[in-house]
Design a protein around this ligand. Structure first.
Ligand SMILES: *Cc1c(COP(=O)(O)O)cnc(C)c1O
Length: 379
């Protein structure tokens, strides 16, 4: 083992600021971007604790496990929480949000997860953003699983707090994360006596001591390796072109979906409508009579490098996740996943057609790329 990762010069404030600027460009945002020195749960929790309090009425949209967590934090802050839960096999619609806001005009905070890797759905944030903006509520978005896999545009969508992490579609480190913050969100924090201050969770500390000071002095020694890894992964996305990276994720999702349907044996996409399926990862419903976690364990025993996982918690029985993100958004990872699932289903006594699955996957991959490149070039 070389010491490539050791003996590095300290990361300067200037370099840190330039990495923030690069992340801001990726999000096409003119707002402040704060890179937080921890996994994405740090800004996700910090942003809620900073902006919510006993005077807050929050609409918390639940389309998977993260939405549940946000509701718990909001209640812990003393907020009144109105949960809007939709079945995990669908997305929430802008119409459902509009209805909830009309029913509870006092709502002044909306929390939403863009794409959920854990359930495989993606929500129409652009449309929802219009509704939330018209109502005037603060809009909080978890874009950890969507960034890099599909457009994430906080300014265009009116997102006040947009949290990202690099460990999914960006193919980067899990140890740092970022949040873009609108002026409105900063004002809400400043007015909140309960917002964390002089705390590792504090966004206000970064505002007052880093941003307002002209980004000259860091609050503490940054997580240097993770910051360099973040810079490297953004560089790699810029070099390939964000549209190309997103097209690969869309193609991987389309190929996995088509392949699973052609495989047969009762395997089915978990998210019913393809338009509501996330490009970052594809979830599948295990055939009745089988247990998803057992099929996945069998496949992984044969090849531990596969990007397969069982659903978390209660979903472990019925859900198979194909985590085709980051460097794994490639045809080989999709093919290997389909072939391994085919073998596991055949072992379980089901009739499958692996050749048909691979063929359908390949056609869907190319079809999705053609469609995307057409969109990009206007052809
Ligand atoms: C992956 C993910 C996170 C980050 O959580 P980890 O479990 O640490 O990977 C946050 N939000 C969403 C929606 C995610 O998919």
């Amino acid at each position: 083992m070389t010491h490539l990762l050791l003996d590095l010069p300290p990361l300067s404030a200037e370099r840190f600021a330039s990495i923030e600027d690069r992340v801001a460009r990726l999000l096409d945002t003119a707002r402040d971007v704060v890179i937080m020195q921890g996994e994405a749960l740090l800004p996700l929790e910090g942003a809620i604790r900073a902006t919510a309090g006993p005077g807050t009425t929050a609409l918390n949209v639940i389309t998977g496990p993260y939405g549940q967590t946000f509701g718990d934090w909001l209640r812990d802050c003393g907020a009144t929480v109105i949960d809007l839960a939709v079945p995990f096999h669908t997305a929430v619609t802008a119409g459902q949000i509009r209805e909830a806001l009309a029913e509870h005009p006092e709502i002044d905070f909306v929390s939403l997860v863009h794409a959920e890797a854990a359930t495989g759905n993606t929500n129409p944030v652009a449309e929802i953003g219009e509704v939330v903006q018209a109502h005037g509520a603060l809009f909080y978005l978890d874009a950890v699983a969507s960034v890099g896999a599909e457009p994430v545009l906080p300014d265009a969508w009116g997102v006040d707090l947009c949290v990202i992490g690099a460990q999914k579609a960006m193919g980067g480190p899990a140890g740092v994360s970022a949040v873009s913050v609108s002026e409105r969100a900063w004002a809400r924090m400043a007015a909140n006596p309960r917002a964390p201050r002089r705390s590792y969770l504090s966004l206000l500390d970064w505002k007052e001591r880093w941003i307002d000071g002209g980004r000259k002095a860091l609050l503490h020694a940054p997580a240097q390796l993770e910051m360099l890894a973040l810079e490297a992964c953004v560089e790699r996305i810029e070099a390939a072109g964000p549209d190309t990276v997103m097209a690969r994720h869309a193609a991987a999702a389309a190929a996995t979906r088509a392949g699973a349907l052609a495989l047969g044996g009762g395997l089915a996409p978990y998210v019913h409508d393809a338009a509501e399926a996330a490009p970052v990862a594809t979830t599948l419903r295990a055939p009745s009579g089988t247990v998803a976690a057992e099929l996945v364990a069998r496949a992984l025993a044969a090849d531990p490098a596969l990007v397969l996982a069982a659903g978390g918690g209660a979903l472990a029985k019925e859900m198979i996740r194909v985590n085709h993100y980051g460097p794994e958004a490639n045809p080989g990872a999709v093919r290997a996943s389909l072939a391994a699932l085919g073998a596991a289903l055949a072992d379980a006594g089901l009739t499958v057609d692996v050749a048909a699955a691979l063929d359908a996957a390949e056609r869907a991959w190319h079809g999705a790329l053609r469609e995307r490149i057409g969109e990009v070039t206007g052809a």
